[in-house]
Design a protein around this ligand. Sequence first.
Ligand SMILES: [Zn+2]
Ligand SMILES: [Zn+2]
Length: 398
Amino acid sequence: MSDLKARVKQLASEFANDTVNIRQHIHANPELSFQEFQTSEFVKNTLKSYGLKAKNMAGTGLVVLLKGRNPEKKVIALRADLDALPIFEKNDVAYRSKNEGLMHACGHDVHTASLLGTARILSELQDDFEGTVKLIFQPGEEKFPGGASLMIKEGVLQNPAPEAILGQHVFPLLETGKVGFRSGMYMASADEIYVTVKGKGGHAAIPEMNIDPVIISAHILVALQQIVSRVASPKIPTVLSFGKVQANGATNVIPDEVKMEGTFRTMNEKWRAEAHVKMKKMAEEMAEAMGGSCEFTILKGYPFLQNEPNLTAKAREAAESYLGAENVVDLDLWLAAEDFAYYSQETAACFYRLGTRNESRGITSSVHTSTFDIDESALEIGSGLMAWLALEQLNNSN
Ligand SMILES: [Zn+2]
Ligand SMILES: [Zn+2]
């Protein structure tokens, strides 16, 4: 084993208890997106105790430069997110949320604690790498417009500009001890769709006097699926789902209007923009052809997340050398959205998953549930692995 790898493992293990305590402190004190005031202050002070000075960005976000030898040579960014969710925690644990109704149910406490562990490891190794590590603690991953987009707007990818960015996310489907990678498209863009179909309401027994928005909406709902099945390339994953359809008529009353809400997800920015235009045109013109009208509004969410193939291959190789090839798995496409995608639209990015499941201890709940938790031994792995990936990227690539 290389000396440096052994040193990273030793430091990760030495700091593991502290990293767990940090995670439990953050877990017990969750704050909502863009309101991570105490969390941000806590992270800043913890960094200070490692001799690192953080700068605020995008409100509660923090950026730290950790310099090695020849700091100008190359920069790599490592990212964590700070926010929690409006969920009432049902776990009966000592570190249960003290803020009723709020919970770290997406593991952002884990990401933050892990990145602090990574920072501490790297701060001990500043003579052992060339270049600069830029640590990014961003606010508001869970809430539009996404802390990542605000951090980018405020220049987090400039001065100095990282040539690559790494992010990790807990993954309760994967056993603790394992990590997962996927090259190329990984997570979806997610846009919200709001449709109002207008007709002319009246007595259900006299259709000739009405313009029925219910039937128009039914046609639109079915026709829009053609965008997915006949217009989208089968090589680009595309999902269109409407989870809310509201027509407030009665058995004998045709309503004036129908409202529908849905989500559109895909993995190609060009197709995404085309699909928006096609869906809107189809819905509006169909309604018009049937004598009604349609307002079709799209709220653009996060873009799709692309893992840059070269960087991902290198990171995966480094992970195999750190954890053993048997502990590094291939990830499937994942149609959820994640604001790390904004970084992946700007620079070479790799977003990988950290196994946090422990079946024998009953730790299996998925993220965004009131019983989500992790096997905390994942923290030693997460903090050490990210330090190792950064070191390998800085020391070995040209
Ligand atoms: Zn989440
Ligand atoms: Zn998350």
